[in-house]
Design a protein around this ligand. Sequence first.
Ligand code: ADP
Length: 646
Amino acid sequence: MNAHDELSPALSGTQGTTPITTLLVANRGEIACRVMRTAKALGLTTVAVHSAIDRNARHAREADVAVDLGGAKPADSYLLIDRIIAAAQASGAQAIHPGYGFLSENAGFARAVEAAGLVFLGPPASAIDAMGSKSAAKALMEAAGVPLVPGYHGEAQDAQTFRDAAARIGYPVLLKAAAGGGGKGMKVVEREADLAEALQSAQREAQSAFGDSRMLVEKYLLQPRHVEIQVFADAHGNCLYLNERDCSIQRRHQKVVEEAPAPGLSLELRRAMGEAAVKAAQAIGYVGAGTVEFLLDARGQFFFMEMNTRLQVEHPVTEAITGLDLVAWQIRVARGEPLPITQAQVPLRGHAIEVRLYAEDPQNEFLPASGALTLYHEPAAGPGRRVDSGVREGDEVSPFYDPMLGKLIAWGESREEARQRLLAMLDETAVAGVKTNLAFLRRILAHPSFAAAELDTGFIERHQADLLPAPGELSDAFWQAAADAFMESESPYLRSDDPHSPWSARTGWRSVLPAHTTVHLACGAERRRVRQASTNAHPRPHSFRRDDRLYVKWEGELHAIERVDPIAAVEREHAHHGGLSAPMNGSIVRVLVEPGQSVAAGTALVVLEAMKMEHSIRAPQAGTVKALYCGEGDMVGEGAVLVELS
Ligand code: ADP
């Protein structure tokens, strides 16, 4: 069978395999949409489940059948095992795909699915269990002869044990939640004096995120690369590695940009890592898609970190360089079919890069953002371009779920071709209504060090000044381009799609009429009186009109422009004062100051837990605590004033 053949649905039920004609996807967002895309291509009927607030979400609309789980929070919706299984039975689904996150690495779920006579599109529950705890996984890998980062992953959890272990391996060390994922419950500790406090904080985060506070500690490697191997195993004892991905570009230990293959990896190293990954998978009787994550140091030594027993966010870059559809493979393997190719036949062509588009504020510690997508525009489809997203314009980005909006993936014959293609895609993308990391992604992709493939996990921190520049004043050139674009968007003639309108031809006509017009425009806090230029010699920026607003893409940033009445604008200006407020909905886990206490600039005042992460609210300047408006355990809403400083 050719690697590029899609599985024909007619194959189901043949070769004594398990029939799967209806598939339920127990997830939301882009991954639910992506899984359903392949399921539909294979002729399957798709069933979505959704929370009450996701009734109109894209995944629910794109499915053939959508089942309401009720609730909003994951615990009241996407994590309700019994309800999801009941939805599968009621809709006639024979199989459940868990996506990533939520129940994807929950062995109890995998068991419940099978106990209900359904097929779980993932590994056997025993394999999830084996890798479910990072500590247990490390013990297993050690026994299988897979190299590990030096550290401690034992049962004892007291501070003294960790102090002794850290002293033995040497600082800096990294505390990790044994049950961890998504960078939660992870803390770098530079010196012994900070260990006890960091351990407690990490344990709290781990308890709240995973219901399990157990920790392990590792040597914190300085600027390693994150290189991971995609593995695939069938139920007949075959296991392959489908090349590697480099996911070194991370913020807060979470991936932002991923690519395949890993630049500069030698054939020998690829084979050694691939074989170690296959060994890891075989040691736990793995079946299906999995990823073995390694850290790679500058000397080319690699260390096992963990195995993710599911399809990963970044699987599209592997699909792009191999031409395989990993979801189709998951379905084949679940039907009991053997893998269609051998290791020697695994393709590797060209290079692919993916970026994760998040609703978050890069200028404010990447805090997740929520709100309505008043503008959402994706790049056009085309060769070497792929967009996996889960939202549409007008959707609400909820604070209850992961804030990833989607992924942009570019493929090229060379890395540079893929990079240029992805830059063009980023330029065509526009999102308004919630803050996103779009401009930040663009700066990463455009950075000379990224272009030179100088990749390691310290990349973002090292280039912070370039990647997160303080917002500067808007230039004259911007205002000029904005005024031109604004006037053009105002004119009904110029907006006409009529090909016979003189305005649709880009000739001298364009510049004659609107020339010499003056407009007062506002962009954020800035206002300008701009005279429209009589020539349009400069390249026009991408712009998007929504109601009274024009969004203009300028140097990677999207700016919202409105026409202002200059007098009313002045009247509206009012002095804004107040205290330090909650950047998002959450609960107060620590209050570190008291009224009357004087604090230095940067002092942590209150610790807020939101989206299962702890965020410190710090004093912006030195002062005295005038009032406290919150206590430990309080639930606070976004914008609620927490502390007043004088
Ligand atoms: P999670 O499961 O929470 O995502 P991982 O164990 O996969 O956590 O680690 C996430 C990232 O943290 C890695 O990709 C790497 O950048 C960094 N990291 C993990 N362990 C180490 C270590 N021992 N030294 C340096 N960096 C590490």
